[in-house]
Design a protein around this ligand. Structure first.
Ligand code: FAD
Ligand code: DHB
Length: 389
């Protein structure tokens, strides 16, 4: 087979890129290791920046988002029983949109199907060959049958455990990593959210987050040891622990119910440089991971897609390599800022096993500074709603 852009990975990055390229008449084939049902079954991010919303609009995939998504003008931060609000609208003029990654992915699949876009599921043994030549190709297997795609470019949108990053030779690739000594235990429950805006909670027992998907679907997280597994936590134990970590006035209002999903995610900061090698471009989690505090993972994947899409347009429409040549530098400049914000917000909100009494005092002083300082709140708001592309 032949195409212009071979896209490895049918998660949000790969699908969004394919759909945007389609709007410009640029052909692609998406290769996905799992089934569509598996991809749609993963519960992940829930907060979208305006930049991602605009890209979805450009891709013609924002209709349901505009109907069903919720604009949030601020968020709450609590420590012990104290709580304050950071006002996004006042400080930036921009809200964020609460709309699940699952829904975004579903909308993108629907659009790809409507457009007759080619997606191969259940692919195995994906190998990228000749990425440093003018004629790259991707080989893979489906049902034991070997296949090959000859293409102009390869977009590596295959997440943290994909093959694309590993294709870049070790003497070219530089990786930066910080692994956090805890995870997030998350549950989804068909209960009304405890508050109409998100609550990020710092407590002596560890971090908690009260989030949501809609009026009757809540998403809650608590910091937990990495050695825990979801089976260690009954629903009752989860709710009890969550209540201990949020202000009493909030805990009193919490409506509990059975969980319909329960999972643990480890926390990691990770960046690989460069994000381009020859005709291979890394996008999203394939190139970088943020700890989830601040909801930057999906949004940072989207800004990569923006830069790559525009670079490829420049190539096909204007016969210019300027956009693809500057892709890595442009994407990384924004990635590092999202990494900084996610690292800062994680450091502010979690309990660390090796935290000294002095470290704890510093954390508390920083939260109180944020509470009382408009400039600090503006800085947080600007980062939370998303830095400009
Ligand atoms: P992915 O969503 O990982 O998609 C990559 C796709 O590539 C997958 O479908 C995978 O099956 C496929 N693939 C992998 N290898 C191959 C291969 N060899 N061949 C073909 N296909 C392959 N972010 C937030 O902002 N908030 C959150 O609450 C949050 N929670 C998360 C929880 C978990 C458990 C994880 C893992 C991530 C979470 N994130 C969260 C991060 C966010 O979901 C990601 O940043 C986002 O999914 C990135 O999209 P992506 O398309 O780049 O990668
Ligand atoms: C959600 C996840 C996050 O990491 C975050 O910062 C906010 C919301 C969520 O899944 O709803």
């Amino acid at each position: 087979m032949k195409t212009q852009v071979a896209i490895i990975g049918g998660g949000p990055s790969g699908l969004l890129l394919a759909q945007l390229l389609y709007t410009r008449g640029i052909e692609s084939i998406v290769l996905e290791r799992k089934t569509k049902e598996y991809v749609l079954g993963r519960i992940r991010a829930g907060v979208l920046e305006q930049g991602l919303v605009s890209l979805l609009e450009e891709a013609g995939c924002a209709e349901r988002l505009h109907r069903e998504g919720f604009a949030h003008d601020g968020t709450l931060v609590s420590y012990g029983d104290e709580m304050f609000r950071v006002d996004f609208r006042k400080h930036t003029g921009t809200p964020v949109i609460v709309y699940g990654q699952t829904e975004v992915t579903q909308d993108l699949y629907a659009a790809r199907e409507k457009a007759g876009g080619q997606i191969e599921f259940n692919v195995e043994n994906v190998v990228i060959e000749g990425a440093d030549s003018d004629a790259p190709r991707v080989t893979y297997k489906v049902d034991g049958e070997a296949r090959q795609i000859d293409c102009d470019f390869v977009a590596g949108c295959d997440g943290f455990h994909g093959v694309s990053r590993q294709t870049i030779p070790l003497d070219v690739r530089r990786e930066y990593e910080k692994v956090y000594p805890f995870g997030w235990l998350g549950i989804l429950s068909e209960t009304p959210p405890v508050n109409h805006e998100l609550i990020y909670a710092n407590s002596p027992r560890g971090f908690a987050l009260c989030s949501m998907r809609n009026e009757n679907l809540s998403r809650y997280y608590i910091q937990c040891p990495l050695s825990d597994s979801p089976e260690d936590w009954t629903d009752a134990a989860f709710w009890d622990e969550l209540k201990r970590r949020i202000p009493a006035e909030v805990a009193d209002k919490l409506v509990t119910g059975p969980s319909i999903e329960k999972s643990i995610a480890p926390l990691r900061s990770f960046v690989t440089e460069p994000m381009r090698w020859g005709r291979l471009f890394l996008c999203g989690d394939a190139a970088h991971i943020v700890p989830p505090t601040g909801a930057k993972g999906l949004n940072t994947a989207a800004s990569d897609v923006h830069y790559l899409y525009n670079g490829l347009r420049d190539f096909y429409e204007n016969d210019s390599t300027a956009g693809i040549d500057s892709y890595s530098a442009k994407a990384l400049a924004r990635v590092w800022k999202a990494e900084r914000f996610s690292w800062w917000f994680s450091s502010l909100m979690h309990t660390y096993p090796d935290q000294s009494p002095f470290d704890l005092k510093m954390q508390q002083a920083e939260i109180e500074f944020l509470r009382g300082n408009e400039a600090a709140q503006k800085s947080m708001a600007e980062n939370y709603v998303g830095l400009p592309y």
